[in-house]
Design a protein around this ligand. Structure first.
Ligand code: ADP
Ligand code: MG
Length: 243
């Protein structure tokens, strides 16, 4: 495997609040990495630094050996390589499902509408939403909206998908369909970095689990290492609290 994202000594503060302290993280192509940890530990900030929605205060981020923090680095292009799925879906509510999955391809990737439609339909099929192409987001359930959001991100043909608690805003009965969709994707060889509170899911899909605590990576290992044989006391305490 070859590394696709490499983070070294990443630091991020908001004022006096040091939210990320010296984070090192390497993600290989095709790897599924889940990030767990208490609320406020810096998980979202880490994802937002990876796609540079937040500007780090220190450290390095490499994408396939390119220094993405270099002064003249092409950030818009870099961001097209990263798909992001948020807790709150962030669909375009004025557009139907198909248009949601086409618009970025046409405006950002400069694809023809015909090509964009073909790709959108392929990806909507992957997330089981191809029958809803004419629906507006307001006509969909939360689980359906999130599957469209995943299909839209995939339609940009990203190298890495970032998920920030994609099921946290869903009614319990809709969590399963979204996790199933993500599990299917994990098996296609897509590189995925997933912040989640769904521990059974994390156990099931992760090549590697990262436990964050107060701005540091407190422990990292396989699902078995973290969930069955955690080495750190704070990992054990976190798992006891939530399992
Ligand atoms: P998590 O996703 O693990 O719950 P976050 O990364 O959202 O944690 O937040 C970590 C800390 O950073 C929290 O103390 C939060 O208040 C702070 N924080 C996050 N984003 C901002 C921001 N835009 N401005 C100020 N503080 C922020
Ligand atoms: Mg968060």
């Amino acid at each position: 495997m070859s590394e696709i994202i490499n983070i070294e000594h990443l630091k991020k503060s908001f004022g006096q609040n040091e939210v990320l302290k010296d984070i090192d993280l390497m993600v290989d192509k095709g790897e599924v990495v889940t990030i767990i940890g208490s609320s406020g530990s810096g998980k979202s900030t880490l994802l937002r630094c990876i796609n540079l929605l937040e500007k780090p205060n220190g450290g390095k981020i490499y994408y396939k050996d390119e220094n993405v923090l270099a002064p003249n680095y092409n950030l818009p292009k870099y961001r097209t390589h990263l798909g992001m799925v948020f807790q709150q879906f962030n669909l375009f509510n004025n557009m139907n499902v198909l248009e949601n999955c086409m618009t970025g391809q046409v405006t950002v990737l400069k694809k023809s509408r015909e090509e964009a439609k073909k790709t959108a339909l392929e990806n909507l099929k992957k997330v089981g939403m191809e029958r809803f192409i004419d629906a507006k987001p307001s006509q969909l359930s939360g689980g359906q909206k999130q599957r469209v959001a995943i299909g839209r991100a995939l339609s940009m043909d990203p190298d890495v998908m970032l998920f920030d608690e994609p099921t946290s805003a869903l009614d319990p009965e809709m969590v399963g369909e979204v996790l199933k969709t993500m599990k299917d994707l994990a098996h296609t060889g897509l590189t995925m970095i997933i912040v989640t509170h769904e521990m059974a899911f994390a156990k099931d899909v992760s090549d590697r689990v990262i436990f964050m605590d107060k701005g540091v990576i407190a422990e990292t290992g396989t699902a078995e290492d973290i969930f069955v044989h955690p080495k750190e006391e704070r990992t054990r305490q976190f798992l006891q609290r939530i399992l």
